[in-house]
Design a protein around this ligand. Sequence first.
Ligand SMILES: Nc1ncnc2c1ncn2[C@@H]1O[C@H](COP(=O)(O)OP(=O)(O)O)[C@@H](O)[C@H]1O
Ligand SMILES: CC(=O)N[C@@H](CCC(=O)OP(=O)(O)O)C(=O)O
Length: 306
Amino acid sequence: MTQPTRDPRLVVEVLSEALPYIQRFTGKTVVVKYGGNAMTEDTLIDSFARDMVLMKEVGINPVVVHGGGPQIGDLLTKLKIESRFVNGMRVTDSETMDVVEMVLGGLVNKGIVNLINQCGGKAIGLTGKDGSQIRARKLKVEHQTPEMTAPEIIDIGHVGEVEHISTDLIEMLAERDFIPVIAPIGVDAKGNSYNINADLVAGKVAEALGAEKLMLLTNVAGLMNAEGEVLTGLTTAQVDALIADGTIHGGMLPKIRCALDAVKGGVASAHIIDGRVPHATLLEIFTNAGVGTLITDAERHGNDAG
Ligand SMILES: Nc1ncnc2c1ncn2[C@@H]1O[C@H](COP(=O)(O)OP(=O)(O)O)[C@@H](O)[C@H]1O
Ligand SMILES: CC(=O)N[C@@H](CCC(=O)OP(=O)(O)O)C(=O)O
């Protein structure tokens, strides 16, 4: 790979500016959720892989949880199977579950692993079935339209929620300098597979690991208000109001819910980040610039999440 020529003084200056952040985050765990919508351009995927390797090289432990919704959708279309969503969750019958497992556990997972390894990292790809690390149960979904007087519970098939995350495997890999790359497929005690929204898995993994940061990479500049302006920082109470008035909808719903749960569960900060910006994760960690929406539990942290 040919690198563009840069002023060496500038490079040294940038490295020096990053020093306090490197010192602050070294030894800490950062869970990065890499959404399928952020995986569209080859150069961006490459910059993401390089960022994971750089983090690891400076002593941070990145753990990648990936999505792949659009990639699942593409294969379903080719197979002439219809995609349907309720509350941002894919309705998953047995046939769809097979496709989800093939795309997430195979194509997408191994694609990310391969890229990280190409950039000089040591990535290992896993699903929640490996070591039974993501124990799941069937998700009960409440659905209500404005016309309905009360919500109804509907069956959306093999969609799961996280019951328990075992961290042994992830910690063992991280200690041996591997970067774990996890596909959001869970398993129950009977061996049934569940399709779980990747944001929800990332949030629970971050909580279970006691991570310093949860970064959710997506295809928007951050969480937006009704006027389309990015909200750079907000508290749990503000988020509740935006959900209630419908400003937060679709795929942003599980994302924001998991970010809230993660900060309530002890993760210092959660960030919704624009994955279309090259090196978005490094910009978040190593600079003051900020590239999206920061969610903290104001009662616990005040404004010190960084
Ligand atoms: N208030 C909001 N602010 C920003 N995006 C929103 C909001 N409400 C809904 N969205 C939608 O959520 C999408 C991101 O979720 P999703 O499509 O599941 O992405 P990913 O694949 O990255 O998880 C955005 O592309 C946007 O269309
Ligand atoms: C239950 C459910 O909806 N699961 C998701 C899992 C993948 C995912 O979450 O991918 P993104 O992060 O790219 O949206 C799905 O089937 O699309």
